[in-house]
Every structure is written in structure tokens, then in C-alpha cells.
Design a protein around this ligand. Sequence first.
Ligand code: AFP
Length: 315
Amino acid sequence: MATLSKSLTTMPADRQPVAGAVAALAAVAAELSALIRHAESTAQLGAVRGSANADGDDQKKLDVLADEMIASALADCVGVAAYLSEERDDAVTLHDGGDVIVASDPLDGSSNIDTNVSIGTIFSILPAAGGHLQAGRNQLASGIFVYGPQTTLLVTFGDGVHAFQLAEDGQFYDMGWQVQIPPKTSEFAINASNSRHWMAPVSRYIADCLAGDAGPRQRNFNMRWVGSLVADGWRIFRRGGIFLYPADARKGYEAGRLRLVYEASPMAMLVSQAGGRASDGQQDILDIVPTSLHQRVPLVFGSANEVDEFINYGS
Ligand code: AFP
């Protein structure tokens, strides 16, 4: 079966800066997978370090370790000009003359580290010429690693989405899955504990889903919420669904919780390449030009028909 490393090494010369960065990230992901799976105590890895990242999130030991592993691996990739991370206030300059910039959430789902729930790594690869703040439409590649019962990768280079699974030999093998998000769904993902803070259109949309076949949607809906974007995302790629982290009335959540550069944009590239839709409720995520590295954005993505239905509720 085809392996990730084989497909990367056979990429044309002009795409080797991207291929080299993905290969480096995959090697770190394989190490992180082993570390998480065999950790003496994931509580250790999930322990709060007493520090916070630029966005004020408590940093867990594994957040910082994953970030350091990625920074070190990318430092060996001459094609990478800079590294942008959820865990760092500012960009890390790596190689002058490098062709690409890598942005990452090194450890997504930190609050799940010590609960044995799937967590992951999210990455976005951009042309260095565009600078640190450029629309997601410019991405050359993006992907998510999921450290769960299986360790898997969804990656796109702009030619569809490819799925790989890590084997015991340390190689990522092609899963032979034509990744397409079903356009229709009856399953939504939202943190319902925030419902009293939602704006009216979100409340109306969810209420209509909950009304089921007795309500205007005329069918029953199911709900899932893992609390790891990569895990909710993987499920949606597999069987469809709609993920919502909208803006809400809480202080600091005026633009939701997810960060544009290294969470929403890479997810949006994958989703659009798999026939889905990713929006902030008004415009395509990929068209939003960031004004700051850690800027948040409301994020709704998944089955195209359902995202369009949500957008019709207004925002
Ligand atoms: P952490 O990495 O701090 O756990 O945040 C994970 C996340 O950014 C994303 O992966 C989840 O979808 C979302 O936050 C969960 O947010 P809530 O904890 O507010 O439900």
C-alpha cells in the first residue's frame, strides 16, 4: 500500500518545500502518538504548566512539548521560512529564503489530554511570499493528525483530501478512502452548555433541530460534542455533520473560540476540498484575511447543505 513518505518524496521539485514540511510534521505526529499512547500518566502530560498562551489558554505540558517538537523538526527543513504557533506569541523565523510558512495548533483538544479522548495536531502551509497574515485561500496544503484509537492524518495539497493511518512500523499508510463529506446530515456538534449566550439565529437553528420531525426541519437530529476540533472534524469527514462554534455573548467569545490562522483556515481547506462548506456565518472562512496571528473567528463547517441551511437563519 502507498505510504505518505513515498507520495511526498515523489512530489515535483517545486513542491518539495511543502512535502518536506509535511514529512517533518508526520514524523513528530508519530512520536507524539507513541508518547501519548505509552505515557506513564497522561495526567502528567495534561498537567497545567502554570503558563498561558497568547490567547490566554492554560498551557498543558503536552501543548508545550508538541510545540517544541514541531519547532525543532521544522528547523531542519530549509524550505520553511517561519513557524506560527498557537503556543507562541510571535512567529519563529527559521530559514531566510524559505518558500513556505507553517502555522499550527500543535496539540488540539488539550482539555481532553488526561481523559483518554482523541486529541490532535492541526497544520496549515502557506507561501512565504504572502507573509504571516494571508487568506486561507492561499494555503498550499493543510491537515489534521488525530491521536485516537487510530492515529490518522487527513491532508490536502489542493487536489482533494487524502487519508492515512499510522502503522506499528511508524509509516502512515494510505487508507484508500475517497474523502467526501456527505452534503446532507441530521447530526450537529455544538457545546450546548453555552446556549444561554448564543445569538438569536443560532438559538433558532438549534431549537429547530431539537424540534425534530415535529418541527420545521421535519426530521430528528442527533448531537455529538467531543471538545476536540480534530475529533469532531474526523467524524464529520466520515459520516457528515455540522460543527458550530459561533460567536456568543461571553466576554472574549465575541468571535467564538477557534483561531483563524491555525485552526479554522486549515480545517476550511480540508472541508472545501472534500465538498463541504466552512463559514463564519456570513462568508467563506478561506476568504477572511487575518489581522492578527491569534485572531478568533466564528466557525461553522461540515455538510454543505446543512451549513447553507444554518446561514439562512441569519447571523
Ligand atoms: P483546547 O485545546 O483548549 O482543549 O480547546 C480545544 C478547542 O479549541 C477545539 O478543539 C474544540 O472544538 C473547542 O476548543 C472546545 O471548546 P469548549 O471547551 O468551549 O467546548
